[in-house]
Ligand binder design. Structure first.
Ligand code: UFG
Length: 327
């Protein structure tokens, strides 16, 4: 059996990845401390509770399953929170990843797919971003992910650790079967917050900043469907198993949507009014993050199938209405 260790497998993206890995013939072993994930979301393989910074626990899990590779999602991932509590991000993301990489090398596991972010690029003023762009993060979250990328490159040189690094743009949508979906407590992401406002679970969506240098004054992001995103991870794993060299790929569609445009699309999809309040900018937010790369398509053969904005909101809305985890 081909075990793959999935750190953060109980989280939003990790749980969808476990479903895709199982469908591709792997056994995904979730390693998660449940700080932001849900045991209910672990449906596609074994669960091992543990923290990334716990070296002994990691050693035991590597010994138990002898995984062929690691898919590494576990991280704190909120831009706003990282501005308030940077030490949390350095400890959890950077020290945690270092502990994981050392455990991998000790166990002789030398292939990893890593979830990085377009937040490592920073603000490049209306430039579409490809993998060769300078990485100048403007928040501790992005800086922590860039540091982990640097570590991976270093361990590649020193120990032959091979990696596929994915720089995600904004992930949205949910499993169309509603087996898993997006559920953060508290929620901070635009689309689920908007759906809460639409069905009255919160008073309104606050738009963070209406004075950005964009056509309607709100931030622009490149949204990619979580099902498409996790498909890329299966391709990334195959890339490594085929013995190919370490590589960085953006995962975005190249289509930018402003916050107001996402609000309008949601109004159309749900056929309901979206209560909206204009608010101040959120510290750490970039003006525009849009992928300008076709590398994942040309080299990995990645073809996004569900990343149309209406499809993403439709799938998120279905999950919002029918799916949930026990708390
Ligand atoms: N936004 C609002 N109101 C809200 C929430 C968000 O206006 O209540 C805006 C944000 O200011 C931003 C956009 O909606 O312009 C998207 O915000 P999210 O919080 O949904 O996502 P982020 O762009 O902040 O961050 C996400 C992931 C990060 C990743 C990043 C890449 O959480 O891990 O996308 O852009 F790095």
């Amino acid at each position: 059996m081909k075990h793959v260790l999935v750190t953060g497998g109980a989280g939003y993206i990790g749980s969808h990845a476990c479903k895709a890995l199982k469908a591709a013939g792997y056994v995904p072993v979730t390693y998660d401390n449940l700080s932001t994930g849900w045991q209910d979301a672990v449906k596609f393989g074994p669960f091992e509770q543990g923290d990334l910074t716990d070296a002994a626990r990691l050693d035991a899990v590597f010994a138990k399953y002898d995984p062929i590779a690691v898919v590494h999602f576990a991280a704190l991932s909120q831009v706003g929170e990282s501005m308030q509590k940077p030490a949390l991000y350095w400890r959890n993301n950077v020290v945690g990843s270092l502990t994981l990489f050392e455990a991998m090398l000790k166990a002789g596991c030398k292939e990893i797919v890593f979830s990085s972010t377009c937040a490592t690029y920073g603000d490049h003023d209306n430039v579409v971003l490809d993998e060769t762009c300078e990485q100048e993060p403007i928040n501790p979250y992005g800086a922590s992910k860039r540091a982990i990328e640097d570590m991976l490159m270093g361990f590649g040189e020193s120990d032959g650790l091979r990696s596929v690094i994915f720089r995600y743009f904004n992930v949205a949508g949910a499993d169309p079967d509603s087996e898993v979906g997006e559920f953060h407590q508290p929620e901070t992401h635009l689309i689920p917050l908007m759906l809460d406002a639409i069905d009255g679970k919160r008073d309104a969506l606050t738009i963070f900043g209406t004075d950005y240098d964009t056509p309607d004054g709100t931030c622009i992001r490149d949204y990619v469907h979580v099902m498409d995103l996790v498909d890329a991870h299966v391709l990334g794993l195959k890339w490594l198993q085929d013995g190919k060299e370490s590589r960085v790929f953006n995962l975005g569609t190249g289509n930018g949507f402003s916050v107001r445009e996402v609000v309008n699309e949601s109004r159309i999809v749900t056929n309901k009014e979206v209560p909206v309040v204009d608010g101040a900018r959120r510290a750490g937010d970039c003006t525009m993050l849009v992928s300008g790369s076709v590398r994942a398509e040309t080299e990995l053969g990645w073809r996004p199938k569900r990343s149309d904005m209406k499809q993403m909101i439709t799938d998120a809305w279905r999950w919002h209405q029918t799916g949930h985890y026990d708390q």
